[in-house]
Design a protein around this ligand. Structure first.
Ligand SMILES: [Zn+2]
Length: 444
């Protein structure tokens, strides 16, 4: 290039750069007033009616709340009854008159919920949702309860039990937690068999799969909107791809008795799980999968690692199935966002709000919302954990924490010039409501 050409070249470059709006460039450090933006966004976020994508609502003594009980364990700091935030929660929900959650004072709470349970009707739980700003919520339960209004509490039923139809001695003996979990799975399977009028396992593998499909269809007719797996509590989330004949041979071998070898059981379960995923596509029943650290002392982080599911989620045969990765793979939240690149894979942020404080949840949400904001959904994981932390308090804590973390994450994104405030509010609506609601038919 000659000297004159070089000059013109730089003039051209600078004029192109100058034509770009300065505001289009994002910055690592916030340039706006983060606190002021946060406060503005939070006020608006508080008015968004929420769809809670994962919760187990119910009274503390209702055994249909979950297919598995929580064995004793060392609770993380925020879930302990010493957490002062729980006092704030019960004051907001019930005008609780005491300054602490001592055993004696908690009786006041217990009496309230017992009275509501005795009185029957759906008013108590509808009011809890109203207090928390929740329009409707998933009720991930073994069966629905008459005290939950089906217009606002949408049933998500469990399907793990059909993976455990044989003699489960070996699984039960693995550790004390399995000793609690597996008999409960057997109970659910027994219930499903009764529902189908079966007194023993069907005579052939084909008939067993027909029974599985029948349960899916009947549960959907009863109002079920998704099938849920908590398989990570019982086995690895890695499902191989065995041929049908191999699974059928295992069924034939153990249908009437005998303890399966771990290899045989795995072959059977891997095939049946994939069958359930395919059926989820046919029936438009999204597949919810627990993908995070779990309760109990023996939960295996390695087996439960969400990356084990990659071969399923990225299998083109299952593109018609919608997957929801419940609890967003925590603590593998950096990895999991790249699974949401698949058009049929969604993340749910439940459990973060009780395991983590909003200061940490903000970082997770920021990373996710900066990558695939349209695939991120809110969940509270409301559950009757303890006398101090019932489903009611978990709903409140979940909503409070998520709104706070969301407003903070979005405020940082706005102040770093990544999105406008209008775009931030669109993202907020998606996360708290729109992204999940889109996946289900409206309640009747
Ligand atoms: Zn849950």
């Amino acid at each position: 290039m000659q000297r004159k050409q070089v000059q013109w070249f730089f003039v051209a470059i600078f004029s192109i750069a100058g034509a770009m709006p300065a505001s289009a460039q994002s910055h690592a450090l916030p340039s706006g007033d983060v606190q002021a933006i946060y406060e503005r966004l939070l006020e608006k976020i508080k008015t968004i009616k929420i769809f809670d994508h994962h919760a187990h609502p119910g009274y503390g003594d209702d055994s249909d709340v979950d297919a598995q009980a929580t064995p004793p364990e060392h609770l993380p700091l925020r879930e302990r009854s010493t957490n002062p935030e729980l006092v704030v929660a019960v004051k907001a929900l019930f005008d609780y008159p005491y300054p602490d959650l001592s055993e004696e004072h908690m009786r006041w709470l217990q009496e309230r919920s017992s009275a509501a349970e005795k009185a029957g009707g759906t008013a108590y739980w509808d009011r809890i949702l109203d207090q928390c700003g929740i329009e409707s919520t998933v009720a991930n339960r073994v069966a629905m309860a008459s005290y939950l209004n089906p217009k606002r509490f949408r049933w998500v039923f469990f399907m793990d039990s059909v993976l455990f139809p044989f003699d489960n001695k070996t699984v039960i003996a693995e550790n004390p937690d399995e000793g609690v979990y597996i008999p409960l799975q057997e109970k659910v399977l027994h219930r499903y068999m009764q529902q189908a009028g079966l007194s023993h396992l069907p005579g052939s593998f084909d008939a067993y799969l027909a029974f599985v499909s029948r349960i899916l269809e009947e549960n959907q007719k009863k109002g079920g909107i998704a099938e849920k797996f908590e398989a990570a509590y019982f086995r690895s989330l890695y499902f191989a791809d065995p041929p049908r004949e191999a699974a059928a041979a295992v069924y034939k071998k153990y249908r009437s008795g005998g303890v399966p070898t771990p290899e045989d059981y795995k072959t059977f379960q891997d095939y049946v799980f994939r069958y359930l995923v395919t059926e989820g596509g046919r029936l438009h029943l999204p597949v919810h999968i627990h993908t995070a650290v779990g309760e109990g002392d023996y939960f295996s982080l390695r087996n439960g690692n969400v990356l084990n599911l990659e071969n399923i989620l990225k299998d083109p045969r299952y593109l018609n199935t919608t997957f929801v990765l419940i609890h967003g793979g925590y603590p593998y939240f950096r990895e999991v966002i790249w699974l949401a690149a698949m058009k049929n894979v969604y993340l749910d942020s439940s459990e973060f709000e009780t395991l983590e404080y909003p200061s940490e949840m903000k970082n997770v949400l920021r990373l996710w919302l900066e990558t695939y904001p349209d695939k991120i959904t809110f969940g509270s994981d409301a559950y009757p954990y303890s006398a101090a932390l019932g489903s009611e308090e978990t709903y409140w804590l979940g909503v409070y924490s998520a709104r706070d973390a969301l407003a903070a994450a979005l405020a940082e994104m706005v102040a770093s010039n990544e999105v406008t405030e209008d775009k931030a509010m669109e993202i907020a609506h998606g996360y708290l409501h729109d992204n999940a609601v889109r996946l289900y038919p409206p309640a009747n």
